[in-house]
Design a protein around this ligand. Structure first.
Ligand code: SF4
Length: 342
């Protein structure tokens, strides 16, 4: 009988779902993911986790709790310690398998292999654990992984070009650039793409005529290069990615601003977010910092976004010192008195 594995729609889901789902499908399994986050899922998660947890962890708990009640063979909750040499992810993501196992009793078994590439960039140990847990030959697991990596590369290329595939985002989306303001929406993928926790911020900005950009539209090597500005190496992979993207954004032409989405209770955001804010201030790039938690009200978010966008447009008009083709910025006759004689 075909084995079924559940993958919760939270934390690194938007980074790696296609990799994981293609991998398990190549091993002949059926992959089930949870629905988009909603109030029920968040409430369920928040009721099971310690109060100090950040919002994305509460959401993740909710998705695991959804899967815990289903007829599945496994729930996939990998321990993602490090995904590149010399850097870590985040202590809460590292500890998440132990946290959910301790708090959520599930009918299916937890499949929680360890991925740690901090010392050596290799997936070997991770794949061996999966093979042993699932009783599959290692060679078959390695083959499935190689083919899933190709799918992941294509996914990352699509994101670079602003294409969001249906299999991950439930509806295919494409970034369009026909607005008059360039907005960098900066944050972790689980905040950027979970429309419940960010209250549909991407849609709101598009409706306000903004061209959106996220970390996924900046190549990883560029992020790495840009983040090397610090005198010491940054400890966290996703911190480097945020800082590198913010620095890259300064080079882009046009009217622009940055909206930084951070999570309440996130240690990494409190350090990296602060660095980014200081950097943007120095570069004179306008920014808005929105901190998300389960009590954040939508009306408050709307007001702040609208005010920020109005401010960017207003600032652009004040800074305009070229005569526009349609004469709007000619200004008062007194302003030109010295040039044309009075
Ligand atoms: S990086 Fe921050 S927001 Fe993300 S899981 Fe860790 S603590 Fe939470």
């Amino acid at each position: 009988m075909t084995k079924r594995i559940g993958i919760p729609r939270g934390l690194l889901f938007y980074n790696f779902f296609l990799l994981w789902s293609s991998f398990f499908e190549s091993l002949g399994m059926e992959v089930i993911s949870t629905a988009e986050t909603n109030k029920g899922i968040l409430d369920k998660g928040a009721s099971k986790v310690v109060d100090e947890a950040c919002l994305p962890v509460k959401v993740f708990y909710g998705h695991v709790a959804e899967l815990a009640e289903r007829e599945l063979d496994y729930i996939f909750v990998p321990r993602m310690v490090s995904i590149e040499k010399g850097a870590y992810i985040c202590p809460k993501i590292i500890g998440i398998p132990d946290m959910v196992k301790a708090n959520i009793t599930a009918k299916p078994a937890y499949l929680a292999p360890n991925l740690n590439m901090r010392e050596k960039e290799s997936h070997d140990q991770f794949l061996k654990e999966i093979a042993a847990n699932m009783g599959k030959p290692l060679i078959q697991v390695q083959k499935a992984w190689r083919s899933a990596m190709k799918v992941q590369q294509k996914y990352e290329l699509d994101l670079l070009q602003g294409i969001y595939p249906e299999k991950v985002f439930l509806k295919r989306e494409t970034l369009e650039h026909n607005g008059d303001l360039n907005i960098l929406l900066l944050g972790h993928e689980y905040n950027l793409y979970d429309d419940y926790i960010n209250m549909g911020i991407r849609k709101k900005l598009k409706q306000m005529g903004c061209n959106l950009m996220t970390v996924n539209q900046v190549p990883k090597y560029v992020q790495q290069l840009e983040s090397r500005v610090l005198s010491r190496r940054m400890f966290w992979t996703y911190g480097k990615s945020l800082l590198g993207t913010a620095r890259y954004f300064r080079e882009l032409p046009g009217s622009k601003g940055v909206i930084l989405l951070t999570s309440f209770g996130c240690g990494i955001d409190s350090i990296v977010g602060n660095m980014i804010i200081r950097y943007l201030g120095k570069m004179k790039i306008p920014y808005l910092n929105i901190t998300l938690d389960e009590h954040t009200g939508e009306a408050g978010i709307n007001t702040r976004i609208e005010a920020f966008i109005d401010l960017l447009r207003w600032r652009r008009e004040l800074d305009e010192d070229n005569i526009s083709t349609y004469g709007k910025y000619l200004g008062s006759p007194q302003r030109y008195a010295g040039i044309y004689g009075s």
